[in-house]
Write a new protein. Structure first.
Length: 338
């Protein structure tokens, strides 16, 4: 067993699905009300479609999630008035999911926003969350591909307004808060949200505060909390009591989301949920704290990745996508031969 396998914390749990947007597809299995939601979802998701990149350069052709193993990059951004409504501001949360069609399994990797990586868009190393400010989803995707050496087939960019609206539309989510803390709210008012340690139901503002805070730990623990919050959303969405709220969820997502995934491609993921055997494994990028001086002589914080653990993680993800362990240039030629 490799060093990464020994050290990373794995959590396996059967869930209906792992991301916010397939919540809307649960309604498809219903009759009557489900038909109404299906049409509503189709219209809203079509309006959310945006693709300025096409297929990954590491693919010979565009994948089909009905038949292929694929990857999806989730980009969380803050486009609030406080942030100047900047569509291409820095990303605040990054998660990459790889999906294996035959196994009906998902590997969900949290990528710390302060990770020091090479950003192709600017040609130097900086924090990975800067990629989005320089080139939006396209630059972020290229940065993640360069880091992990696997194709990123799809992206879903969702802002925090949608996150809060989804949680509120579901009537809140049940989360075990790890410690007592105070955090700013979505309007950046200091210490506006205070949560006590323990299992409790959180509304949208409270869930966002828990997802964002890192006062008492670090980006790695922050990523783990975000994974647990995502699971809590899914658990709540999959409960029978939430069916009547799906219309509000669809509107919250559609008005605050961009994706290069068509509605038909989204529907392909239903098979993962209805299989009843879906396994989600959560992963993290190992590393250590690092401070380096910038051009103004100020020490800037970075998350310095552990190269050995990163190499093992790359192999793990390539194997899950059944890309073997070939180099990026070899991957494309192998796909062509198949």
């Amino acid at each position: 067993m490799g060093r990464l396998a020994q050290r990373k914390k794995r959590r396996r749990k059967k869930v209906f699905w792992f991301l916010v947007f397939p919540i809307l597809l649960i309604a498809i299995v219903s009759t009557g009300y489900g038909a109404y939601l299906y049409k509503k979802a189709e219209v809203i998701m079509s309006n959310a479609f945006f693709d300025d990149r096409g297929k990954s350069d590491l693919r010979d052709k565009r994948v089909d999630p009905n038949f292929d193993n694929v990857s999806v990059l989730f980009i969380g951004v803050d486009t609030s008035e406080k942030r100047g409504n900047d569509e291409n501001g820095r990303s605040d949360a990054l998660m990459l999911a790889t999906l294996n069609k035959d196994e009906k399994s998902v590997k969900l990797l949290s990528i710390p926003r302060d990770s020091r990586v090479y950003v192709p868009e600017v040609g130097y190393e900086t924090k990975i969350n800067h990629a989005h400010s320089h080139g939006g989803p396209r630059a972020t995707i290229e940065t993640v591909e360069n880091l992990l050496e696997i194709p990123v087939d799809y992206y879903v960019r969702l802002d925090f307004e949608a996150f809060m609206e989804v949680v509120d539309a579901l009537g809140g989510i049940d989360v075990d808060v790890p410690y007592t803390f105070s955090e700013q709210d979505s309007k950046d008012r200091p210490n506006a949200i205070t949560l006590e340690a323990g299992l409790q139901r959180l509304n949208g503002e409270e869930a966002l505060a828990l997802a964002r805070t890192r006062k008492l730990d670090n980006d790695i623990e922050r990523g783990k909390r975000q994974q647990e919050i995502m699971k809590a959303i899914l658990k709540r969405a999959a409960s029978g009591t939430s069916v009547v709220k799906y219309g509000d969820v669809i509107e919250a997502i559609g008005s605050n989301m961009k994706t290069n995934m068509t509605f038909d491609e989204m529907k392909a993921f239903i098979d993962y949920g209805i299989s009843g055997n879906l396994v989600v494994e959560t992963l993290n990028l190992e590393g250590n704290d690092l401070r380096l001086p910038n051009s103004r002589g100020l020490n800037v914080y970075y998350w310095q990745l552990d190269n050995l653990a990163l190499a093992e993680l790359k192999t793990d993800l390539k194997t899950h996508l059944e890309l073997t362990t070939s180099s990026p240039t070899e991957m494309a030629s192998e796909h062509t031969e198949e």
